[in-house]
Design a protein. Structure first.
Length: 62
C-alpha cells in the first residue's frame, strides 16, 4: 500500500515530467522555426541573386 509520502513523490515526478515534456516540445518548435527561417533566408538570397543577374548582365558573365 502506498504511503502519503509516495503519493507526494508521484505527484512531484508527474509535475517534473510535464515540465520536461513542455520544454522539449518548445525546444523542438524553436529548432523548426530556426530551420524555416534559415530556409527563407536562403530562398530570399537566391531570388535577389537571380534578380541581380537580370538587372546587370555583367554579373552573369562572372
Amino acid at each position: 500500500m502506498l504511503q502519503q509520502n509516495d503519493y507526494f513523490l508521484l505527484k512531484e515526478n508527474a509535475i517534473r515530467l510535464a515540465h520536461l515534456e513542455k520544454r522539449t516540445h518548445l525546444e523542438m518548435q524553436l529548432r523548426q522555426h530556426k530551420f524555416f527561417a534559415e530556409a527563407w533566408r536562403w530562398h530570399i538570397a537566391r531570388a535577389l541573386l537571380k534578380l541581380s543577374y537580370r538587372l546587370d548582365p555583367a554579373v552573369s558573365r562572372l
